[in-house]
Design a protein around this ligand. Structure first.
Ligand code: FAD
Length: 423
């Protein structure tokens, strides 16, 4: 075994999903162990946008104030056209906080990861590194994981939060990550290195043909976070080595000066090829359940990937707490069934909407102009696009709000839809 102490729950993967679920379950009094393959717990990357459906959960966990002290609360989110720089639509994030009761926050990924890591330590989660899980099996009394180095461990329940390339997912479905041919470059740089005037009260998104560019402040405005995403011609041509830095400059060459000024700051030694997977509606196999990207890796256009992972753990822990007898025994099958009744459908909606948003953002030609007309017509204070996401996380299917999308989600041909909209 990885450790002598028996636990109630084993969690595989110590990313934001695994750690937040570990904390959620441990604060309900469960004994939890996290098995992480890396030699240390940590997050690579830059900023994360955390919408009210997640700050609400951070508040419930007693972690919101700490997160706010490390993050930034921007005043608005503005979408602009990447070619001509003109404004298309905006969210007033001060009003949004009033409407939903919780703020829209941006935070460094490693800061949020640390908050959960320290919270796990405080509630006694057993945190194990250098533990790569290579196999899973259900047993009579729970589930067992097999480690690549020959060790094994077991518990009443195993939660697999092992990310996009999840090993556990193979228990449920034989699928592969879906290549979008888009790649993300990131940068988080000290503000004094930015060399241009940036309004740090904004989350800014420039959408353009086959590319988009996001920037916002981090760490109380000491840093600027940038994300530059584009479609790789080499990927489309079927080349193995795609998304490389030589493609970055070409992809943004025709964008407005504001966007072009940001490109030289992008990190060029690391990039993130963007894959998602088709939604699946079964996440539980006996005493083994999927959580986070393992269950629902999205394209990141809704900025809900880490949030969905955090919501998963919150929902699961609520159902566990509701099914705990006085002697401490938990109806795990009931809790997992309640989790599976609500989360896959919500995440299916986000995954499909994220793909459709990607189509909309990256339009070219006449379709781009039609999109711009559609977005400009949106009232700043009309929250129907986001109502089904930013409201309280549903615990049951009945609580899940009706979905609203300005674009037809079954169709990949968004231009066709916009053509039909009366714009
Ligand atoms: P991961 O972060 O992938 O963690 C999985 C963990 O499991 C890792 O620590 C890994 O080492 C470990 N592991 C894997 N396999 C094993 C194994 N076999 N044994 C043991 N351990 C294992 N989301 C948002 O909410 N807001 C945003 O603004 C946002 N922006 C994004 C921008 C970009 C460019 C990208 C690429 C993603 C963005 N996301 C965003 C999505 C978000 O990053 C992910 O959805 C989220 O990090 C998933 O967390 P996770 O814990 O499920 O998986």
């Amino acid at each position: 075994a990885t450790s002598a102490n028996p636990v109630d729950v084993l969690i595989v993967g110590g990313g934001i999903g695994g750690l937040s679920a570990a904390f959620a379950l441990a604060r309900e009094g469960l004994r939890v162990r996290v098995l992480e393959q890396a030699p240390e717990f940590g997050e690579v990357g830059a900023g994360l946008q955390i919408a009210p459906n997640c700050t609400r959960i951070l508040h419930d966990y007693g972690l919101l104030e700490e997160a706010k002290s490390l993050g930034v609360l921007p005043k608005s989110m503005v979408m602009r056209d990447a070619v001509d720089g003109s404004e298309l639509t905006r969210l007033d994030l001060v009003d949004l906080e009033r409407a939903y009761g919780f703020p829209y926050m941006v935070i460094h990924r490693s800061d949020l990861h640390h908050i959960f890591l320290h919270a796990c330590r405080r509630v006694g989660v057993d945190l194990v590194t250098d533990a790569r899980v290579s196999g899973y099996e259900n047993t009579a009394s729970g589930a067992r994981v097999l480690l690549a180095d020959g060790r094994a461990d077991e518990a009443g329940i195993v939660i697999a939060a092992d990310g996009l390339h999840s090993v556990a997912r193979r228990l449920l479905v034989e699928d592969e990550p879906v290549n979008s041919s888009y790649v993300a470059y990131r940068a988080a740089v000290p503000i004094e290195q930015v060399g241009r005037d940036v309004d740090l009260s904004e989350v800014s998104v420039h959408v353009g043909p086959r590319c988009h560019f996001v920037h916002y402040g981090l760490r109380g405005g000491e840093m600027l976070n940038q994300v530059a995403v584009f479609e790789s011609p080499k990927a489309l041509a079927g080349e193995e080595d795609w998304g490389t830095p030589d493609e970055l400059d070409v992809a943004f060459a025709a964008t407005c000066p504001e966007v072009r000024a940001g490109i030289p700051l992008m990190w060029r030694d690391r990039w993130w090829r963007m894959f998602d997977r088709a939604p699946i509606m079964t996440w539980v196999e006996g005493n083994i359940a999927l959580l986070g990207d393992a269950a629902h890796p999205p394209l990141q256009y809704m900025a809900q990937g880490a949030i969905m992972a955090i919501e998963d753990g919150w929902v699961l822990a609520k159902h566990v707490a509701a099914r705990r007898a006085e002697d401490g025994a938990i109806d795990w099958q009931g809790a997992l069934a309640a989790y599976e009744a609500v989360r896959p459908e919500h995440c299916r909606r986000v995954l499909t909407t994220a793909r459709a948003w990607g189509e909309l953002w990256h339009l070219d030609g006449v379709a781009r102009l039609q999109r711009n007309t559609l977005l400009r017509a949106r009232d700043t204070y009309d929250y129907s696009f986001t109502e089904w996401i930013y409201g309280p996380t549903a615990l049951t299917p009945e609580e899940e709000p009706p979905m609203f999308s300005p674009i037809p989600l079954d169709s990949v041909d968004v231009s066709d839809l916009i053509g039909r909209a009366e714009v």
